[in-house]
Design a protein around this ligand. Structure first.
Ligand code: 3PG
Ligand code: MG
Length: 396
């Protein structure tokens, strides 16, 4: 990769401005999933143990240029201190006098958290003045926020252009895993793509059919592909205006040597509710008054067999309505199969984006995948084959 990493920088006596993504879920004032916080610790510890000062730059939620008290990063600070095992100082602004004073008060080895970058309207506009205000605070910029790298913001792209910069450990790990999965994979490569809509994943599907050998489509978007093949789907959700697009994707996949796999059996129900009466039928026998809520056991068996023949797997999105049992069966079973093949050394499995991490956590397999990305939108844009501005800004 064409950028510097932590090893290339001497942090002793220097102030590192570290872009992190601690945009963590919270409920009742508490962080409910600290994964993103835990994943940035190696970078912070590397800098502080080398005798550097770590000044953390981050956004939190979407305050849209306003000071919104509920979106203050001071709310995340206790969880950060707990994870790090030491105090973290806080500055009320990410630029200007409050930030400068807080940096001036630091000793080598200290950690300082700056207030939400998105309290400034210039952040999302990648404003040069704002980026310069950030750059003035340190000697080197470390970007450890892969999951925010799809944003061309002042704190991701802008500031990197103004300073000596490098990638942090997490950024490096994410990019290495993604490269292994799609850029230089061991073949055959399979991708699982689930979720509700074809329309939100068009670019992603178009890119994947060029890159993978097998594309397994599940979730609501599989219904649209079934309609495109004139399969009756009863009352199932589908984007009927997208059937031409779906047909086009099927044709292009064939032309590009990618096999698309749709469910061969389905779990249907008359209502979408926990424990609703359901039945499993062949894919072309969906009752007119029922809806498809999951893939069936024959589909899972076919996926399991297919994954057994593959060496690399990229996973994004659930195969069914996984939030509600029993419609989580296919997602759980296929994820377990992938985890077992990974644990046995047969498969490199990389997952990420949106609901994916929640689905894999629910299936209890996230720790047995080769890599689970902390990124939502950035993972999807990477699957679309897009250049991520935050990564591009680091290139030497
Ligand atoms: C995320 O949570 O996906 C990242 O922190 C980016 O947040 P955003 O979607 O609000 O830009
Ligand atoms: Mg997002």
């Amino acid at each position: 990769m064409a950028f510097k990493t932590l090893e290339d920088i001497d942090f002793a006596g220097r102030t590192a401005l570290v872009r992190v993504d601690i945009n963590v879920p919270m409920a009742d004032g508490r962080v409910t999933d600290a994964t993103r916080i835990e994943r940035i610790l190696p970078t912070i510890r590397h800098i502080t143990q080398a005798g550097g000062k770590a000044v953390l730059l981050a956004h939190f939620d979407r305050p849209k240029g306003q000071r919104v008290p509920e979106m203050s990063l001071s709310l995340v600070r206790p969880a950060l201190e707990a994870a790090l095992g030491k105090p973290v100082a806080f500055a009320e602004d990410c630029i200007g006098i409050p930030a400068k004073k807080a940096v001036a008060a630091m000793e080598p080895g200290d950690v300082l958290l700056l207030e939400n970058t998105r309290f400034h309207a210039g952040e999302e506009k990648n404003d040069k003045m704002l980026a310069a205000g950030m750059a003035a605070l340190g000697d080197v910029f470390v970007n450890d926020a892969f999951s925010a790298a799809h944003r061309a913001h002042a704190s991701t792209a802008g500031v990197a252009e103004l300073m000596l910069n490098c990638a942090g450990r997490l950024m490096e790990a994410e990019l290495t895993a993604l490269e292994k999965a799609l850029d230089k994979p061991e073949r055959p490569v399979a991708a699982v793509v689930g979720g509700a809509k074809v329309s939100t994943k068009l670019d992603l599907l178009s890119n994947l059919i060029r890159r993978v050998d097998h594309l397994i489509i599940g979730g609501g978007m599989a219904n649209t592909f079934l309609v495109a093949q004139d399969v009756e789907i009863g009352k199932s959700l589908a984007e009927r205006d997208m059937t031409d697009t779906a047909r086009d994707i099927l044709d292009r996949a064939t032309a590009q040597g990618c096999t698309i796999h749709l469910p061969c059996d389905i779990v249907v129900a008359r209502e979408f509710a926990a424990g609703a009466a359901s039945e499993t039928v062949p894919v072309n026998e969906c009752p007119a008054d029922a809806m498809i809520l999951d893939a069936g056991p024959d589909t899972v068996a076919a996926i399991t067999k297919l994954l057994g023949d593959c060496r690399t797997l990229v996973w994004n999105g659930p195969l069914g309505a996984f939030e509600i049992a029993p419609f989580d069966m296919a997602t759980n079973a296929a994820a377990r199969a992938a985890a077992e093949l990974t644990a046995a050394g047969h498969l490199v499995s990389v997952a990420g984006g949106g609901d994916t991490v929640a689905a894999l956590n629910k299936a209890g397999v996230a720790d047995r995948f080769s890599y689970v990305s902390t990124a939502g939108g950035a993972f999807l844009e990477w699957l679309e084959g897009k250049t991520l501005p935050g990564v591009a800004a680091l290139e030497d």
